[in-house]
Ligand binder design. Structure first.
Ligand SMILES: NC(=O)c1ccc[n+]([C@@H]2O[C@H](COP(=O)([O-])OP(=O)(O)OC[C@H]3O[C@@H](n4cnc5c(N)ncnc54)[C@H](OP(=O)(O)O)[C@@H]3O)[C@@H](O)[C@H]2O)c1
Length: 256
């Protein structure tokens, strides 16, 4: 548990925060005093937990849906975000998913474009649009969600997803160097196998159990295992000399 005032008077944007890892990241930023623009996912109709609705009613959280697959979706979201925040101290680009498992020979152009647009292009679009507000914050941090599969290649059918996460990891390293003169640090959190809706959709329980047995810490990860890494990388007082790095959260699943 971090200090309850760690992000006091700080404006934080977390995408993909209506469930899973992003939701827990948003919760922990709120618990540390931040004002959080919570991207709640694609639709308005997702049921949200009470703590978010309470934070919204107390004006500590702003809840905003947006579909980053729609043309201009990410740019429109950024435009709305800038109506709330003239400065952005922390941007967490977390929205993403595999979309499906596609054997290399069966992948359609539409599937390819969907995976790349969501996991890679929308990160570039949002970051670019929010850059003036990140610069204005003086000492801002960007934390991007990548994946263990960016290093391992992932499992069959996830080639484009895995490659899109590798793109974001490399993009983040390049930005870290480019934006350092603006005082903006850029790092990534790389989850291993985290038990969220993500795997409920794309992995069978048998596959997950096999994975669990292969993990040195002998369990799958949780959103709670991941969230503190985002806060650590976002806080200048904790990680002010860390930029261009990828923090792997995987119970020892990949040690290299
Ligand atoms: N779980 C894992 O093992 C694991 C491992 C490595 C990396 N990751 C990465 O971690 C991040 C969070 O994943 P998670 O496990 O928390 O999965 P999750 O529970 O499925 O959450 C994914 C989030 O992304 C949002 N999203 C999906 N499609 C979108 C779209 N078209 N436009 C805007 N937002 C969209 C979802 O919104 P909706 O509710 O509308 O779908 C949701 O908020 C993702 O980037 C994922 O690739 C996860």
């Amino acid at each position: 548990m971090f200090h309850p005032k760690l992000f006091e008077n700080r404006n934080v944007i977390v995408t993909g925060a209506g469930r899973g890892i992003g939701l827990e990241v948003a919760r922990q930023f709120l618990d540390c005093g931040a004002r959080v623009l919570v991207h709640t996912g694609r639709n308005r109709d997702r049921a949200l937990p009470d703590f978010l609705l309470t934070a919204e009613s107390e004006r500590r959280a702003l809840l905003l849906p947006a579909n980053f697959l729609q043309p201009g979706g990410a740019a429109a979201f950024a435009e709305q975000a800038l109506e709330f925040f003239d400065k952005v101290h922390v941007l967490v680009n977390n929205a993403g998913t595999m979309h499906g498992r596609f054997p290399a020979g069966e992948l359609t152009d539409a599937d390819y474009e969907t995976i790349v647009q969501l996991n890679q292009t929308s990160v570039v679009e949002l970051t670019r649009a929010l850059l003036p507000a990140l610069r204005a914050a003086q000492g801002a941090a960007i934390v991007n969600t990548v994946s263990i599969s960016a290093l391992t290649g992932g499992s069959p059918g996830s080639a484009i997803y895995s490659a899109s996460k590798a793109f974001v990891a490399t993009y983040s390293k390049a930005l870290a160097r480019e934006l350092a003169p603006d005082g903006i640090r850029v790092n990534c959190v790389s989850p291993g196998t985290i038990d969220t809706d993500f795997h409920a959709r794309y992995s069978s329980r048998d596959k997950l159990e096999q994975t669990r047995k292969s993990i040195p810490l002998q369990r799958l990860g949780t959103s709670e295992d991941c969230a503190p890494a985002y806060l650590f990388l976002a806080a200048p007082s904790l990680s002010g000399y860390i930029t261009g790095q990828v923090l792997e959260i995987n119970g020892g699943q990949l040690i290299c």
